[in-house]
Ligand binder design. Structure first.
Ligand code: S3P
Length: 170
């Protein structure tokens, strides 16, 4: 039986939530929502600028407000920001209204991707050791997701097929 809940993709920065979410939404004919993009539209600023001008605490408040709004909607595939699932209200809303899927990768893959990206304010200034610690800390929360996909040995199509399979059988 198909789940009629939203699908929410969670995991670290660089785990492919947005690119996978976009393709998935087309396959399922659902609306795709990228929470980071919605925050940028709401603020009229890029995430990097919000962190620089207004600080992380401000960002987290807006992230909560925007995430709760879209998580409570229907028929969507939602890409949550990497820190979103750490917030208890966001997590509870995911539990209530969404099928949550953790895109899990080995740390090395995540670290390499983060260092290649110029738009990730939180991680840009961290050392490799600090990112490892952050992944360890966050994984405690990510592991509360309904499903975890170990993505290391899978290509994009295989990851998407796994999600479709989970969704179909939920
Ligand atoms: C963050 C992840 C980013 C963005 C912000 C903070 C985090 O989203 O929300 O830079 O705390 O991990 P992505 O996971 O989509 O890169």
């Amino acid at each position: 039986m198909k789940s009629d809940k939203n699908i929410v993709l969670i995991g670290m920065m660089g785990s492919g939530k947005s690119s996978i979410g976009k393709i998935l939404s087309k396959k399922l004919k659902l609306t795709f929502v990228d929470i980071d993009q919605k925050i940028e539209e709401f603020e009229g600023l890029q995430i990097l600028e919000i962190f620089k001008k207004k600080g992380e605490n401000y960002f987290r408040k807006i992230e909560e407000k925007i995430s709760l709004k879209f998580l409570s909607s229907e028929n969507s595939v939602i890409s949550l920001g990497g820190g979103g699932f750490i917030n208890v209200s966001i997590r509870k809303m995911c539990e209530k209204n969404c099928l949550s899927i953790w895109l899990d990768w080995k740390n090395e893959t995540i670290i390499n991707r983060i260092y290649k990206s110029k738009k990730r304010p939180l991680a840009m200034k961290l050392t490799k050791g600090q990112i490892n610690d952050l992944i360890k800390e966050r994984s405690k929360f990510y592991s509360l997701a309904d499903q975890r996909i170990n993505c290391d040995k899978l290509d994009k199509v295989e990851i998407i097929n796994k999600i479709l399979d989970i969704h179909e059988n939920k």
